[in-house]
Each structure stands twice: as C-alpha cells, then as structure tokens.
Design a protein around this ligand. Structure first.
Ligand code: C2E
Ligand code: MG
Ligand code: MG
Length: 482
C-alpha cells in the first residue's frame, strides 16, 4: 500500500514538474509573442513613417500634408476660421545641383527644411513635395498672419549657407504662392492648385511671395489650353506663312521675301507671332514650329523658282533652335528635298540670340557657313553685341531694327545710328537691310544713306502666298523693260 502511495506521489511530482515546465514554456512563448508583436508594431510604424515622410529631410510628404490639411480644413469649416496654404519653390536650385553637385543640393534642402521648421508652430504642417518644392499648411491663420509667417520664412533664408568645409557660401531665396481657405478654394486639391498658380506668378515676376487672385487661374488655364491649341496647329497645318517683300535700293535685282508666321486660331481669330512665339519658346514647341516654317518656306520658294521667279526667302530662327542638334540636318534636308541652291533661303537670327551664348552661336554659324547658306543678324542694334565680335562671326547680312528706322524722321540720333550701322556693315563686307520703312521719307533717307535693301509697310505689308505671288508678278511685269 505504502509502495502504491509512493509511486503515485512520484508520478504526481513528475506531473507537477512537467506542468511547471510547460507553464514556463507558455510564459516564454508569451514573452516572445509580445516581443514579436512589439517588433511588428515598430516595423509598421517605420513603414508608415516612410510612406508619409520624405527620406531626405524627414518632413511630411504630399500624402501626409493632404491628410493633415484635410483635417484642418474640416475643423476650420465647422468653426468658421480661415486657413492658409503656401507653396514654396527655391530659386536657382537647379544651378546649385548642376554646378556644385547633388550632394550639395541635398545639404541645401535639408538646411532649408530645418530653417523653415523652426519658424512654424507645431500645428502647422511643413512638407516637401519633391525636388526643391515645399508646401506649408497653416491652420487657423488669416491673410495678415500669413504675411508674418512668410516674412519669417523668407528671413530665415537670408543667412548664407556655408558648404564644402566653409569654403563656399550659397545665398538662398525662394518664391512663394499663397492661397486662403475658404476664400480661394474649399478643398485641399483646389487650394494647392491656387497656391501653385500664384507661385508661378511670383517666379515669373521675380517676387518673393504672391497671393492668389482668381483671374490668375483663368490666365493660366487659358494659357494651358493655348499651348495645346498651338501644338495641334503645328501638327495639323493650322499655321500659315505670310510673305513680306524686301526691295533692292539699287539695280533691278528681284525682290526677296521674309516669311512671317501667322496663326489663325479657330475661336480667337488671327494671333500674331509676338503673342505666341514667346510661349512656343517657353514650352519647346518652337522647334517643331520652326521645322514647319522651314519646310513651308522652302516648298514655296521652290514653287516660285519653278515658275521662273528666282526669289530668296528669309526664315526666322529662335535661340532654342540653335541649341537643337538636328538644326543643320533639317536645313540641309530642306535644300535637298526642294532642289534649292544655297542662296535661296536666308536664316535670320536676332542679335540678342547670338549674344545669349556667343560661343555656341559662333559654332553653329560656322557649320551653316560650311553649307554656303547665308545668315542675317535680325533686329540689329538692340542686342548690345560687341562690335569687334561681329568680325569673327560668319554672317552675311545685318538687318537694322525697325525701331531705329521708324524713328529716323523724328530723331536725329536714330539717323546717326542707322548711318553708323550701314557704314560698319559695309566695312565688314556685309549687306544691310533696313526693316520698318513706313513712308517715302524713310525710303529716301535709307537710299541716301546707302542701305542695300529695304523692307516695310511702304513697300508692302506681309501678304498671304496668293497675294505675294500676284505682287511679285506685277513687280516683274513693271520692271521687264529695265
Ligand atoms: P522680325 O523678324 O523683325 O519681323 C519683322 C516684323 O516687323 C514683322 O512683324 C513685320 O510685320 C513687321 N514690320 C514689317 N514692316 C513694318 C513696318 O513698316 N512697320 C511696322 N510697324 N512693322 C513692320 P510680325 O510678322 O508681327 O513678326 C514679329 C516678330 O515675330 C518677327 O520680327 C520675328 O522676330 C517673329 N517671327 C515672325 N515669324 C517668325 C517665325 O516663323 N519664326 C520665329 N522664330 N520668329 C518669327
Ligand atoms: Mg526677321
Ligand atoms: Mg527684325
């Protein structure tokens, strides 16, 4: 019996031991489970942070900004207080990146982030949207308070940033666009758009901060749709070339023409180049536009020549065309396709374009000269070129800017300038064309000053192809007997 009891006791102890062991194991399991959960939680937080923050600066990203701004605007809407939204873009950041390297660019962005952060309340959200673009949501802030914040942010940039072991300093600045809730828009997306539009205005006008105004949006929307329309016009033959004749002041040589582009907009009517060429230049559409102009002018020149009228046509190039590698190929292609001799097309390049990047312009001019194609410097006298530099440029013609020609009869100085340009050009062996001759007086003065060719309303306004052809045939018939 005793033995039985002892055996049972022993079994009981073993069972108790096992139970204890099991208990410990369960505890251990609990512990590691708890740790695992904590670790998962931590990882989840890290991932959430990464998903909502910018890696470089640690600032909230666009998603978090939108989330927070949304909340602020909801509360503001309920409680009836204003909020402000700022869009900030650093000035000349690309230059820093390009000249001093990405690392310096990164240091600069981090520094800006830190300086801005110090100027803001904890309830404000400063975010980096990408590149050198930041945004700030300021809950419970009216326009006057917003101005104070902007002042502080701008002020924080004034101290130059020391880089590369203090050997260099960078002076930072920014352009800001400001939009107010609920005045300008009632949702985050709308406010961001308004602030962005205002920021572009600030950049364009080189101002540090600009408050959004409703007509800015109409402008920018109108501009956007105009850019789209221009692209469509270039691709679908919606542009037209007008031709303005140039007459020789001596001898009976044939007139030549300058091709001037026009855009008949389906709803806005005729749009002049002064209006859409700057836009084409800003958006890069100037390249396809110029290729279209070149092709069209060459084709028309070939048509006139096929009818026995050996005229030359001048085509205007833009600064951006000179930077385009395919320019020479395009020009060569036009001469080949239309079997034109090199003198048939003259390329006009404005003086200011040549001065924009003289080294590159001079290289392009050499290549054009190698094709024996002639180049004219357009709007001469307005581009502040150094005259000594002219002699090294491979050009054939100077075209005196119309502002001097149109002023000749009222302003003695303008005559002096025109006379000097003509004499300079002739000394350099260049031909001179005067543009903007509007009456008999202009013509007589230019002839007396020895100008070689004259263009202007006095001779004819720019004409559509049909009218230009009629004009040319009439001129030829009137001069047949000379
Ligand atoms: P531009 O090359 O200097 O062209 C001469 C401009 O002077 C033309 O204006 C012409 O109509 C105008 N003009 C001619 N004679 C007179 C005159 O007696 N009095 C006055 N007041 N004006 C006269 P348009 O056609 O409006 O062109 C303006 C500018 O737009 C051109 O100046 C040229 O820089 C640019 N442009 C025109 N067509 C093209 C093009 O196909 N490509 C590029 N890149 N630019 C072009
Ligand atoms: Mg021109
Ligand atoms: Mg001109």
């Amino acid at each position: 019996m005793n033995q039985e009891v002892q055996k049972l006791r022993k079994q009981l102890r073993t069972l108790e031991n096992k139970y204890q062991q099991l208990n410990q194991e369960v505890d251990g399991l609990h512990d590691s489970l708890r740790q695992r959960t904590l670790e998962l939680e931590r990882q989840k937080n890290v991932m959430k942070h990464q998903a909502l923050h910018d890696v470089l600066t640690g600032l909230p990203n666009r998603t978090l900004l939108e989330e927070r701004a949304q909340q602020s605007f909801q509360i503001a809407g309920r409680e009836n207080f204003p909020c402000c939204f700022l869009m900030v873009d650093l000035n000349r950041f690309k230059e820093v990146n390009d000249t001093l390297g990405y690392h310096t660019g990164d240091v600069l962005l981090q520094e800006v982030a830190q300086r801005f952060r110090l100027q803001l309340r904890s309830s404000d959200t400063l975010a980096r949207l990408g590149g050198d673009e930041f945004a700030v949501a300021l809950p419970d802030t009216n326009a006057t308070q917003a101005e104070e914040v902007i002042q502080k942010l701008m002020q924080s940039l004034t101290l130059p940033l020391k880089i590369l072991d203090n050997k260099h300093t960078i002076q930072m600045s920014a352009s800001m666009g400001v939009a107010m809730f609920p005045e300008h828009a009632q949702d985050v997306e709308g406010l961001m758009q308004c602030a962005e539009v205002a920021m572009y205005v600030a950049k364009k006008e080189q101002r540090s901060a600009v408050f959004y105004q409703p007509d800015m949006k109409t402008h920018s929307e109108a501009r956007l749709s105009l850019v789209g329309d221009l692209k469509y016009a270039i691709e679908n033959n919606g542009l037209e070339l007008y031709y303005q004749p140039q007459l020789l002041t001596e001898g009976d040589g044939l007139p030549s023409f300058e091709a001037l582009v026009r855009w008949h907009h389906p709803t806005r009517g005729m749009i002049f180049p002064d209006m859409f060429i700057p836009m084409a230049e800003e958006t890069g559409l100037i390249n396809p536009m110029t290729w279209w102009v070149l092709e069209e002018a060459a084709a028309q020149c070939a048509v006139w020549r096929a009818e026995g009228m050996e005229v030359c046509v001048s085509v205007n190039l833009s600064a951006r065309n000179l930077k385009e590698e395919s320019l020479l190929e395009r020009v060569r292609g036009c001469f080949q396709r239309y079997h034109l001799p090199p003198e048939a097309i003259v390329l006009e390049i404005t003086e200011s374009m040549l001065m924009d990047d003289p080294k590159q312009a001079s290289e392009v001019l050499h290549s054009i000269d190698a094709m024996r194609v002639e180049v004219s410097i357009d709007d001469f006298g307005t581009g502040y070129s150094s005259l000594s530099y002219l002699k090294y440029l491979k050009v054939n013609e100077l075209k005196i800017d119309r502002s001097f020609v149109m002023g000749m009869q009222k302003n003695e100085n303008d005559i002096v300038i025109v006379r000097a340009i003509i004499s300079l050009a002739h000394n350099l062996g260049l031909r001179v064309v005067a543009e903007g001759a509007e009456d008999q007086g202009d013509w007589d003065t230019l002839v007396a000053l020895g100008c070689d060719r004259v263009q202007g309303y006095f001779i004819s306004r720019p004409m559509q192809v049909k009218a230009a052809t009629v004009w040319l045939k009439k001129w030829i018939s009137e001069h047949e007997n000379i």
